[in-house]
Ligand binder design. Structure first.
Ligand code: PEP
Ligand code: MN
Length: 350
């Protein structure tokens, strides 16, 4: 951090400050004296910031890094693509597409969408069993029965499964049915939940909060990483803005920035990012073009009767068309659009 000192300090004032730092075991610091002000560089955490801010000698403390460190790019200079999810690789040249319904509505519904998206080139199946809905009267998901459908369809298709976990107490049970645990936008700062998924070894898909700054988002990823789970994929899903025509404002600039700040893979969810199915394809192409590591897309056999998020869901044929359009674009960009996989689970039936 950079510490600005109130006025041009005398020798004794510098000594006083050094003593204050020395008492905390910080001996290495550099004072740069300027005409109007002097600055001091030190390294330390949040509590040092507070100590310095309360010193009458200090006018301002500027921190260089956010509340995160291990997820920072510099922490892992040579990053290998993340292969922890069977059949899905995130990062590197791979561009992985996860697709499926917003909610698991039944076994047949899930199986039919899963088979279609697999055929079109999705490498993972999404589907919510526990749904965080704005209204307590809206469809809340099938819960544990939904998890059973996900586990069955995973077995039947060989697709890896990503599904949301909403509470720390459910982590183990959801992890048993899924290959990847989704932390939803509304829970991105539920720190006990982040710690709980951090303690397990199932990969995590961390969605950006609709009000998260980049530093807050990375701080949330750090909670998971710091507990030992390093297999984290970040997902930009749009943020709240003043624009009422779109459900959210998809922040592709954030994706470009995250790719510079962190070594974690970053994927994009244009379904929640726009709320409108007709905008999903253009933004999916934009995400590929600007360097994202993959997509998460909502797809339904009959979006018009979906129990949640039908308005933003692609039909299976729209999804197939989009995948066909993404393929040559990926090729030009030197990315590989993941092919359907069979690793990790036995494939039976479909
Ligand atoms: C979802 O993926 O269905 C979902 C609820 O997403 P978000 O948490 O981004 O709103
Ligand atoms: Mn949804």
């Amino acid at each position: 951090m950079i510490v600005a000192i109130t006025k041009r300090p005398g020798e004794h004032e510098v000594l006083e400050l050094k003593e204050l730092l020395g008492n905390r075991g910080i001996v290495e610091n550099v004072v740069v004296r300027g005409d109007g002000c002097s600055v001091l560089s030190v390294t330390g955490g949040e509590s040092l910031v507070q100590t310095l801010e309360s010193s009458p000698l200090v006018s301002r403390v500027m921190t260089i890094t956010g509340p995160w460190g291990m997820v920072a790019k510099e922490h892992a200079s040579d990053v290998a693509p993340m292969n922890a999810v069977p059949g899905c690789s995130f990062g590197g040249t791979q561009f992985s597409v996860l697709a499926g319904p917003c909610s698991v509505e039944g076994h047949q519904q899930l199986l039919s969408v899963a088979q279609s998206v697999k055929e079109s080139g999705a490498v993972g199946l999404r589907g919510g069993a526990f749904k965080p809905r704005t209204s307590p009267y809206a469809f809340q998901g099938l819960g544990h029965q939904g998890l059973e459908h996900l586990a069955a369809v995973r077995q039947q298709t060989g697709l890896s499964v990503v599904t949301e976990v909403m509470s720390a107490g459910e982590v183990e049970r959801v992890a048993a049915a899924a290959d990847m645990l989704q932390i939803g936008s509304r829970n991105v700062q539920n720190y006990r939940l982040l710690e709980a998924v951090g303690r397990c070894d199932t990969p995590v898909l961390l969605k950006r909060g609709m009000m998260s700054t980049i530093d807050e988002f990375l701080g949330s990823a750090e909670y998971i990483y710091a507990r030992g789970n390093e297999n984290i994929v970040l997902c930009e899903r749009g943020i709240r803005s003043f624009e009422p025509r779109l459900r959210n404002t998809l922040d592709l600039g954030a994706v470009a920035l995250l790719k510079r700040l962190t070594h974690l893979p970053v994927i994009v969810d244009p379904s929640h990012g726009t709320g409108l199915s007709e905008l999903v394809a253009p933004l999916a192409k934009a995400a590929l073009a600007m360097g994202a590591d993959g997509l998460m897309l909502e797809v339904h056999s009959r979006p018009e009767i979906a129990k949640s998020d039908g308005r933003q869901s692609l039909s299976v044929s729209e999804f197939a068309t989009l995948m066909t359009e993404l393929a040559p674009l990926a090729q030009v960009l030197g990315r590989t659009l993941g092919s359907p996989m069979t690793a990790g689970h036995s494939v039976s039936g479909g």
